[in-house]
Design a protein around this ligand. Sequence first.
Ligand code: FHN
Length: 497
Amino acid sequence: MKYLHVLIETFIRMLKFYLGKIWSIHFTSLCYSSIVLIGFCGCHENQHEETTDFLNETFTVKAQRMEWWRDAHFGMMIHLGPYSIYGGKYRGEEIRGIGDWIMEQADIPVKEYEQVAKTFHPHSFQATEWVKLAKEAGMKYIIFTAKHHDGFSLWNSQVSQYDVDDFTEFDRDILKELSKACTRFGIKFGCYYSIMDWHHPDAQAPFYPDYSARDTQNVNFDLYVQNYMKPQLREIIGKYNPSIIWFDGEWILDWTHSYGQEMYQFIRSIKPSIIINNRVDKGRRGMQGMNLTDLAYAGDFGTPEQEILVGYSETDWESSMTMNNTWGYKESDQEWKSAQTLIYYLIDAVAKGGNYLLNVGALPDGSIPEESDQILREVGKWMKVNGEAIYGRRAYPYFKEGYHIYFTRDKSETTVYVLHTGWPGNQIELTDVVPLEGSDIYMLGYPDPLSYEYKPGSLIIHLPMSLQGENDRPCKYAYTFKIRGKRKLTEEAYPIF
Ligand code: FHN
């Protein structure tokens, strides 16, 4: 760093000298010195790349880096790729399982799948529509499948011809459009990247038809990692500036803890502020998503899938879920979760210190399924009234106070938010909240303070008769009570993972 100061000092002195002789300026030497300065900064940056050990980041540095993500709590995942074209059917037959796995589930040979990939043409993809829907739903970040297990890259990759630009007639850059729309509307942009690759000859393609073989290895796998994965990830970060890299497919035998640590260090050295999930490494306990504790695994947050963590955790985590049962589009899957169900999952996750990542399986033309759109807008209505209890809030150790009652708190621990799923009726009784003496208690969305009685171990909040009619309430499904005060932590706190 001190060399940098010296150089800048010299540069400024030279500049003053040259400016003093403005008409006889040797422009090239000035340019040269600026190139040297920039080069130094650049190489200084490169030196930074090699010297920082991101695997041993301090608690404070990580907290600063993760702050926006911990505050956001709610994101959208988007699955879109050639698998969407099949819609869950192969040669007229309904294929079991999720739509995004059709290449594996239907034993489709690479060459045959390529022919369908050539027809991939999401002409109705409107990045601003996707981002505006995410905003309307109350989501703060988007994770988009840049490369799923089928190995197809949804950007113009210089590393691969098997991408949307070279391999199809579709000549738009989806990642560029989406990252720009996210920037425009203040939504953080993230990329999903599958380690497992059913198309690459040095990855899992040779294992056809059991592409996702968990017990076979490719002797050339390191070539795939060093000469394909890393260059692709470098270009994704360089071209689209994602705030999150969401790895997946790490369960293959070829991928190791050592690769996980190498990849984490590699990604962070390119963009130190980036956030990376725990699927970059090998520590994940399956769908439960949190890391084993036998080693120090890389990755910034745990990734429960299709479930909310059973208990509270001090470790960052995010539960990813589908709105029906499939990640990639599947025509026959019409089992949509209701807005109420999704809101309850969100409340449960945030109360336990987690984030909630809700998936939309895009239609093959790149548009948003009507059902997803409608349900997300209904979730957004609830978020508009109750978002104060979600955004920027933190968890208490999760504990049971009635089946319907969840808690969040502000960072200064002076305000408690009590979220009650379903309408509480005429009153709600809490045993563990101590309101600040003389303070008012409110229900979010209702302007007047509520009457209440408090004695140690019993806070009874009365709900006015005017709210007893379903249509008189500020929202549906769940109701938030804002209390200036604190909670005693009871011994029933669930085990910390
Ligand atoms: O195999 C993938 C699946 O296709 C989907 O992408 C989900 C999303 O989190 N992750 C894996 C299943 O665990």
